[in-house]
Design a protein around this ligand. Structure first.
Ligand code: ZN
Length: 136
């Protein structure tokens, strides 16, 4: 498995518009991509080689809703880009690392993603992601 970079930090927010305003008005950053995905509104804000991924629940039933209810706004997960997500999953499984997703699933921004269990990663929800081979 090769981990290439921190692809993004997932940040759970109450209100996407207000959070985006902070990043674009108070910080000199730009939102380059927004999408509705899995009951969430998501915005990507590139910073160098990485991004901040803002996540707002809209369905009342997403993982972000649960997180914000419990913890308030804040860092929700950290995502590592890997060169081969299937190989990365197999390698972690072989090492006995607990995963939430044992097979890759479709994530936001056309990524294949799989989450590791925070109990296996010192309390941090970690996402593996690989850009889709499909053009998007
Ligand atoms: Zn993410």
């Amino acid at each position: 498995m090769k981990i290439k970079r921190i692809a993004h930090l997932g940040v759970a927010v109450q209100d996407l518009e207000t959070a985006m305003k902070f990043f674009t008005d108070s910080l000199p950053l730009e939102v380059t991509h927004t999408e509705d995905f899995n009951g969430m509104k998501i915005a990507f804000i590139p910073i160098g080689d990485s991004s901040v991924e803002l996540l707002q629940d809209v369905s009342g039933a997403s993982a972000i809703k649960k997180f914000v209810d419990k913890n308030g706004e804040g860092i929700h997960h950290i995502a590592y880009e890997v060169d081969d997500i299937n190989e990365a999953i197999a390698e972690l499984k072989a090492k006995g690392i607990k995963l939430i997703d044992e097979t890759p699933r479709q994530g936001a921004h056309g990524m294949s993603v799989a989450f590791m269990h925070p109990k296996a990663t010192h309390g941090i929800l970690m996402e593996l992601c690989q850009p889709s081979v499909e053009p998007h």
